[in-house]
Write a protein that binds this ligand. Sequence first.
Ligand SMILES: Nc1ccn([C@@H]2O[C@H](COP(=O)(O)OP(=O)(O)OP(=O)(O)O)[C@@H](O)[C@H]2O)c(=O)n1
Ligand SMILES: C[C@](O)(CO)[C@H](O)COP(=O)(O)O
Length: 383
Amino acid sequence: MASRPHIVALIVAAGSGSRVGGDIPKQFRLVEGRPMLAHSYSSLVDHADIRTVFVAVGDGQESLASDALAGLAAPVLVPGGATRRESVHQGLEAIALQGGADIVLIHDAARPFLPESVIDGLIDALQTSPGAVPALPVVDSLSRGADILTETVDRSQLWRVQTPQAFHYDAILDAHRSWSGEEPTDDARMLMAKGGDVRIVPGSERLSKFTFSSDFAGNDMTPSIRSGSGFDVHRLVAGEELWLCGIRIPHDKGLAGHSDADVAMHALTDAILGALAFGDIGDHFPPSDPQWKGASSDRFLVHALTLAAQEGYSLANADITIICEAPKIGPHRQAMRSRLSEIMDTEVSRISVKATTTELLGFTGRGEGIAAQAIVTFEKTNR
Ligand SMILES: Nc1ccn([C@@H]2O[C@H](COP(=O)(O)OP(=O)(O)OP(=O)(O)O)[C@@H](O)[C@H]2O)c(=O)n1
Ligand SMILES: C[C@](O)(CO)[C@H](O)COP(=O)(O)O
């Protein structure tokens, strides 16, 4: 083998995830805010020694895979097969068509959290064997039996074998091409059947496979509570309408802006985007985009709340403070809370609208503009 081996990775992502269920196969579902496949892919493509990462995807799942990997370095999508073994075999043949490799790491998309140290250990181990797998010792007692235990099994030489499984490329390709046995549970077994040694390197609990729907709940590391704050200012000018919290307020001036300039709703929208760490209102609705000219700001608010819902969050409460000398906010507060509750499809009791002056100081004191700030809290709904 060359002093610097040509190392590629193959992720098998063509399964249907039938044990997890749901609308889309598990490898495309979000885990810690990203599609599971994006996690597995990043761990491999970011490793300094791995040149190319091939991803075997099922028929009709190409766009799901492309969306999941959007923005990541050049994935090579290849067709998968009807079983895991077939997906691996087809992936290995696709690698052959692109010139082959010295080493291939074969990984389940369904093991999203892959420590770099595991990859390093596998590559090292291939200096002395044609195959290597990460594995963990069995820590529970092992027994045989039906409803009554009949026998205790010696666990001292038993291992929980994970992926990636690393191989000398030609050896594993040959094992796949000549396989005629029953469906194997993994690729290591196929190399062993050809007489190839497979070394054990330390695995990781983080590498556990997502197999059942409960694995998603247990591994959801996103926070259960999220808070965000927003702040906005618009100029008060003659000849404009004044909109605050979705209510049109009679006043001798109105707020100027690209949209309807509802400063309170903008602060609230920014607070929601902040809670999600999804940038700010300008990222989602650029002022340079003519389609938002004169737009009603409830569209911005609904957009931010939709994103929150997609991430599995629901609003716990929102607290808005409007800062101005005039108009007086008190008479409109209940109408504002009620309008926001309609737009946000939530109870009025979750929404607070307050107001303050700045004691005639600054631009708000001089009536040149209105400022608003908002704080929101979200709770995870699907833990
Ligand atoms: N025809 C198949 C079947 C499985 N896999 C992949 O093999 C890995 C491990 O398989 P498993 O956890 O069994 O996934 P599924 O087959 O999707 O799950 P299930 O058995 O619950 O349907 C997954 O990354 C899966 O996408 C594949 O590429 N092609
Ligand atoms: C390949 C594997 O992940 C190694 O542990 C495992 O064998 C896959 O098993 P499954 O039956 O496809 O879930």
